[in-house]
Design a protein around this ligand. Sequence first.
Ligand code: SF4
Length: 283
Amino acid sequence: MTEKSSSSAVTWPEDPKLVRHILSLSGGKDSAALAVYLRDRVGNIEYIFHDTGKELPDTYEYLERLEGYLGQKIVRTTFGTTFDHILRIKGGMLPSTHRRWCTDLMKLKPFENYIGDDFCINYVGIRADEDRVGYISHKPNIRAVFPFREDGIAYEGVQRILEESGLGMPPYTEWGRTRSGCFFCFYQQKIEWVRLKKRYPDLYEEAKSYEKPNHINGNVFYWCGNESLTELEKPERMALIESNWNKSQERLGKQQFNLSLAQTLGGLKVEPQRREGCLICQL
Ligand code: SF4
Protein backbone atom coordinates (compact mmCIF):
# COMPACT_ATOMS: atom_id res chain seq x y z
CA MET A 1 0.00 0.00 0.00
CA THR A 2 1.20 3.50 -0.73
CA GLU A 3 2.08 5.37 2.41
CA LYS A 4 2.22 9.04 3.12
CA SER A 5 4.16 10.55 5.96
CA SER A 6 4.30 14.20 6.87
CA SER A 7 8.09 14.30 6.94
CA SER A 8 11.03 12.32 5.74
CA ALA A 9 13.23 13.65 8.58
CA VAL A 10 13.21 10.32 10.43
CA THR A 11 14.72 7.05 9.29
CA TRP A 12 12.03 4.45 8.88
CA PRO A 13 13.08 1.01 10.26
CA GLU A 14 13.76 -1.79 7.81
CA ASP A 15 12.55 -4.45 10.23
CA PRO A 16 8.74 -4.62 9.77
CA LYS A 17 8.39 -5.95 13.31
CA LEU A 18 9.32 -2.50 14.56
CA VAL A 19 6.33 -0.91 12.85
CA ARG A 20 2.90 -0.87 14.48
CA HIS A 21 -0.30 -1.08 12.46
CA ILE A 22 -3.14 1.00 13.80
CA LEU A 23 -6.69 1.61 12.74
CA SER A 24 -8.48 4.39 14.54
CA LEU A 25 -12.23 3.71 14.67
CA SER A 26 -14.76 6.49 14.89
CA GLY A 27 -17.91 4.40 15.28
CA GLY A 28 -18.75 5.34 11.69
CA LYS A 29 -19.30 3.03 8.75
CA ASP A 30 -16.08 3.68 6.81
CA SER A 31 -13.62 2.87 9.58
CA ALA A 32 -15.76 -0.10 10.64
CA ALA A 33 -15.77 -1.42 7.06
CA LEU A 34 -12.03 -0.88 6.87
CA ALA A 35 -11.56 -2.94 10.05
CA VAL A 36 -13.57 -5.74 8.45
CA TYR A 37 -11.64 -5.38 5.19
CA LEU A 38 -8.24 -5.50 6.89
CA ARG A 39 -8.99 -8.20 9.45
CA ASP A 40 -7.54 -10.99 7.31
CA ARG A 41 -5.17 -8.83 5.29
CA VAL A 42 -3.00 -7.17 7.92
CA GLY A 43 -1.55 -9.01 10.89
CA ASN A 44 -1.05 -7.50 14.33
CA ILE A 45 -3.36 -4.60 13.69
CA GLU A 46 -4.40 -2.56 16.72
CA TYR A 47 -7.89 -1.09 16.81
CA ILE A 48 -8.43 2.01 18.87
CA PHE A 49 -11.34 4.31 19.66
CA HIS A 50 -11.01 7.78 21.14
CA ASP A 51 -13.81 8.01 23.63
CA THR A 52 -14.91 11.55 24.38
CA GLY A 53 -17.40 10.37 27.00
CA LYS A 54 -20.03 12.18 24.92
CA GLU A 55 -20.64 9.56 22.26
CA LEU A 56 -24.02 8.22 21.24
CA PRO A 57 -25.14 4.95 22.86
CA ASP A 58 -25.37 3.63 19.28
CA THR A 59 -21.63 4.03 18.88
CA TYR A 60 -20.78 1.94 21.92
CA GLU A 61 -23.20 -0.73 20.76
CA TYR A 62 -21.71 -0.78 17.27
CA LEU A 63 -18.16 -1.04 18.60
CA GLU A 64 -19.16 -4.02 20.72
CA ARG A 65 -20.61 -5.72 17.65
CA LEU A 66 -17.42 -4.96 15.76
CA GLU A 67 -15.29 -6.42 18.54
CA GLY A 68 -17.32 -9.62 18.24
CA TYR A 69 -16.65 -9.76 14.50
CA LEU A 70 -12.96 -8.96 14.81
CA GLY A 71 -12.48 -11.27 17.78
CA GLN A 72 -10.33 -8.59 19.29
CA LYS A 73 -10.67 -5.85 21.84
CA ILE A 74 -10.88 -2.26 20.62
CA VAL A 75 -8.68 -0.14 22.87
CA ARG A 76 -10.49 2.91 24.29
CA THR A 77 -8.16 5.85 24.67
CA THR A 78 -8.78 8.60 27.21
CA PHE A 79 -7.61 12.19 27.39
CA GLY A 80 -7.01 12.40 31.13
CA THR A 81 -9.93 14.66 31.95
CA THR A 82 -13.50 15.31 30.82
CA PHE A 83 -15.16 17.46 28.19
CA ASP A 84 -16.86 19.45 30.96
CA HIS A 85 -13.56 20.18 32.69
CA ILE A 86 -11.94 21.42 29.46
CA LEU A 87 -15.00 23.52 28.75
CA ARG A 88 -14.65 25.19 32.16
CA ILE A 89 -10.98 25.96 31.40
CA LYS A 90 -12.10 27.45 28.07
CA GLY A 91 -14.44 29.74 29.95
CA GLY A 92 -17.52 27.95 28.71
CA MET A 93 -16.89 28.67 25.04
CA LEU A 94 -18.35 25.74 23.19
CA PRO A 95 -16.28 24.22 20.39
CA SER A 96 -17.38 25.07 16.89
CA THR A 97 -16.12 24.84 13.33
CA HIS A 98 -13.91 27.87 14.11
CA ARG A 99 -12.88 26.73 17.62
CA ARG A 100 -12.39 23.04 17.15
CA TRP A 101 -10.43 22.33 20.30
CA CYS A 102 -12.51 19.25 20.99
CA THR A 103 -11.02 17.21 18.15
CA ASP A 104 -7.51 18.22 19.03
CA LEU A 105 -7.75 17.47 22.73
CA MET A 106 -10.14 14.54 22.80
CA LYS A 107 -9.27 12.69 19.58
CA LEU A 108 -5.97 13.71 17.97
CA LYS A 109 -3.82 14.03 21.10
CA PRO A 110 -4.96 10.67 22.52
CA PHE A 111 -4.17 9.13 19.13
CA GLU A 112 -0.65 10.56 19.11
CA ASN A 113 -0.10 9.71 22.78
CA TYR A 114 -1.16 6.14 22.14
CA ILE A 115 1.46 5.79 19.40
CA GLY A 116 4.17 7.74 21.20
CA ASP A 117 7.44 7.68 19.26
CA ASP A 118 6.82 4.26 17.75
CA PHE A 119 6.78 3.89 14.00
CA CYS A 120 3.27 3.35 12.91
CA ILE A 121 1.19 2.78 9.81
CA ASN A 122 -2.16 4.43 10.27
CA TYR A 123 -5.00 2.99 8.19
CA VAL A 124 -7.52 5.63 7.13
CA GLY A 125 -10.97 4.83 5.76
CA ILE A 126 -11.28 7.52 3.08
CA ARG A 127 -13.17 5.97 0.17
CA ALA A 128 -12.37 5.99 -3.52
CA ASP A 129 -15.37 8.24 -4.23
CA GLU A 130 -14.30 10.89 -1.73
CA ASP A 131 -12.44 14.02 -2.58
CA ARG A 132 -10.76 14.61 0.76
CA VAL A 133 -7.26 15.09 1.99
CA GLY A 134 -6.84 12.66 4.74
CA TYR A 135 -3.91 12.90 7.02
CA ILE A 136 -4.84 13.48 10.59
CA SER A 137 -1.49 13.70 12.37
CA HIS A 138 1.71 15.51 11.51
CA LYS A 139 4.14 13.35 13.44
CA PRO A 140 6.92 12.02 11.21
CA ASN A 141 6.80 8.55 12.76
CA ILE A 142 3.23 8.08 11.54
CA ARG A 143 2.43 7.11 7.97
CA ALA A 144 -1.08 7.13 6.62
CA VAL A 145 -2.38 4.59 4.12
CA PHE A 146 -5.73 4.66 2.35
CA PRO A 147 -6.68 1.09 1.40
CA PHE A 148 -10.17 1.90 0.09
CA ARG A 149 -8.90 4.64 -2.14
CA GLU A 150 -6.10 2.45 -3.46
CA ASP A 151 -8.37 -0.54 -4.05
CA GLY A 152 -11.11 1.55 -5.67
CA ILE A 153 -13.67 0.87 -2.94
CA ALA A 154 -16.42 3.48 -2.96
CA TYR A 155 -19.63 3.96 -0.98
CA GLU A 156 -21.40 0.89 -2.40
CA GLY A 157 -18.32 -1.22 -1.67
CA VAL A 158 -18.27 -0.10 1.95
CA GLN A 159 -21.93 -0.91 2.31
CA ARG A 160 -21.40 -4.35 0.77
CA ILE A 161 -18.50 -5.11 3.12
CA LEU A 162 -20.66 -4.25 6.13
CA GLU A 163 -23.65 -6.23 4.89
CA GLU A 164 -21.65 -9.32 3.99
CA SER A 165 -19.89 -9.31 7.36
CA GLY A 166 -23.28 -9.25 9.11
CA LEU A 167 -22.28 -6.08 10.91
CA GLY A 168 -24.55 -3.80 8.93
CA MET A 169 -24.58 -0.02 9.02
CA PRO A 170 -24.13 1.88 12.30
CA PRO A 171 -27.39 1.85 14.31
CA TYR A 172 -27.73 5.65 14.26
CA THR A 173 -28.31 5.58 10.49
CA GLU A 174 -31.64 3.85 11.22
CA TRP A 175 -32.99 7.04 12.74
CA GLY A 176 -31.43 9.32 10.18
CA ARG A 177 -28.21 10.52 11.73
CA THR A 178 -25.39 10.65 9.24
CA ARG A 179 -22.32 10.91 11.43
CA SER A 180 -20.59 9.32 14.37
CA GLY A 181 -18.99 11.46 17.04
CA CYS A 182 -20.33 13.35 20.03
CA PHE A 183 -24.10 13.57 20.38
CA PHE A 184 -23.80 17.36 20.49
CA CYS A 185 -21.46 17.64 17.52
CA PHE A 186 -21.76 21.08 15.94
CA TYR A 187 -21.38 19.54 12.48
CA GLN A 188 -24.87 18.13 12.75
CA GLN A 189 -27.47 19.42 10.36
CA LYS A 190 -30.65 20.90 11.83
CA ILE A 191 -32.63 17.85 10.77
CA GLU A 192 -30.23 15.73 12.79
CA TRP A 193 -30.87 17.83 15.87
CA VAL A 194 -34.61 17.27 15.36
CA ARG A 195 -33.99 13.55 15.13
CA LEU A 196 -31.74 13.59 18.21
CA LYS A 197 -34.51 15.32 20.13
CA LYS A 198 -36.97 12.61 19.10
CA ARG A 199 -34.65 9.65 19.60
CA TYR A 200 -32.72 10.72 22.69
CA PRO A 201 -34.57 13.59 24.37
CA ASP A 202 -32.29 13.27 27.41
CA LEU A 203 -29.18 13.84 25.28
CA TYR A 204 -30.88 16.78 23.57
CA GLU A 205 -31.55 18.24 27.03
CA GLU A 206 -27.93 17.70 27.99
CA ALA A 207 -26.74 19.46 24.82
CA LYS A 208 -29.17 22.31 25.55
CA SER A 209 -27.82 22.69 29.07
CA TYR A 210 -24.44 23.75 27.65
CA GLU A 211 -25.97 26.79 25.94
CA LYS A 212 -25.52 29.31 28.74
CA PRO A 213 -23.50 32.54 29.15
CA ASN A 214 -19.76 31.85 29.18
CA HIS A 215 -17.45 33.10 31.95
CA ILE A 216 -15.31 35.31 29.71
CA ASN A 217 -17.73 37.81 28.24
CA GLY A 218 -21.15 36.49 29.15
CA ASN A 219 -22.00 35.63 25.56
CA VAL A 220 -24.06 32.53 24.93
CA PHE A 221 -22.70 30.07 22.43
CA TYR A 222 -25.00 27.78 20.52
CA TRP A 223 -24.18 24.40 19.04
CA CYS A 224 -26.19 25.05 15.94
CA GLY A 225 -25.04 28.31 14.36
CA ASN A 226 -27.09 31.24 15.57
CA GLU A 227 -30.11 29.23 16.63
CA SER A 228 -30.46 27.96 20.19
CA LEU A 229 -31.62 24.44 20.88
CA THR A 230 -34.47 25.98 22.89
CA GLU A 231 -35.69 27.70 19.71
CA LEU A 232 -35.04 24.68 17.54
CA GLU A 233 -37.12 22.31 19.66
CA LYS A 234 -40.32 24.34 19.35
CA PRO A 235 -42.87 22.10 17.62
CA GLU A 236 -43.54 24.55 14.77
CA ARG A 237 -39.81 25.00 14.19
CA MET A 238 -39.13 21.25 14.15
CA ALA A 239 -42.03 20.75 11.74
CA LEU A 240 -40.60 23.40 9.41
CA ILE A 241 -37.11 21.85 9.50
CA GLU A 242 -38.61 18.45 8.67
CA SER A 243 -40.73 19.83 5.87
CA ASN A 244 -37.74 21.69 4.36
CA TRP A 245 -35.67 18.54 4.62
CA ASN A 246 -38.30 16.45 2.84
CA LYS A 247 -38.54 19.00 0.04
CA SER A 248 -34.77 19.14 -0.42
CA GLN A 249 -34.61 15.33 -0.52
CA GLU A 250 -37.33 15.24 -3.17
CA ARG A 251 -35.39 17.73 -5.25
CA LEU A 252 -32.19 15.71 -4.88
CA GLY A 253 -34.02 12.49 -5.70
CA LYS A 254 -35.30 13.99 -8.94
CA GLN A 255 -31.83 15.15 -9.87
CA GLN A 256 -30.37 11.71 -9.33
CA PHE A 257 -32.35 9.54 -11.72
CA ASN A 258 -29.89 6.71 -11.35
CA LEU A 259 -30.05 6.59 -7.60
CA SER A 260 -29.44 3.00 -6.62
CA LEU A 261 -30.73 1.18 -3.61
CA ALA A 262 -27.18 0.85 -2.41
CA GLN A 263 -27.07 4.59 -1.92
CA THR A 264 -29.94 4.58 0.53
CA LEU A 265 -28.77 5.42 4.00
CA GLY A 266 -31.21 5.34 6.91
CA GLY A 267 -33.57 8.26 6.56
CA LEU A 268 -31.39 9.76 3.87
CA LYS A 269 -32.16 9.25 0.25
CA VAL A 270 -28.73 10.20 -0.91
CA GLU A 271 -25.25 9.98 0.49
CA PRO A 272 -23.86 13.52 0.74
CA GLN A 273 -21.12 13.98 -1.80
CA ARG A 274 -18.85 15.77 0.59
CA ARG A 275 -19.07 15.53 4.34
CA GLU A 276 -18.14 18.36 6.58
CA GLY A 277 -16.30 17.42 9.70
CA CYS A 278 -13.11 15.93 10.93
CA LEU A 279 -11.80 12.61 9.76
CA ILE A 280 -10.93 11.18 13.11
CA CYS A 281 -14.44 11.76 14.49
CA GLN A 282 -16.44 10.72 11.51
CA LEU A 283 -14.81 8.28 9.17
S1 SF4 B 1 -17.54 14.69 17.11
FE1 SF4 B 1 -17.80 16.90 16.84
S2 SF4 B 1 -17.94 17.71 18.95
FE2 SF4 B 1 -17.05 15.63 19.11
S3 SF4 B 1 -14.83 15.91 19.06
FE3 SF4 B 1 -15.48 15.58 16.93
S4 SF4 B 1 -15.84 17.65 16.06
FE4 SF4 B 1 -15.78 17.82 18.31
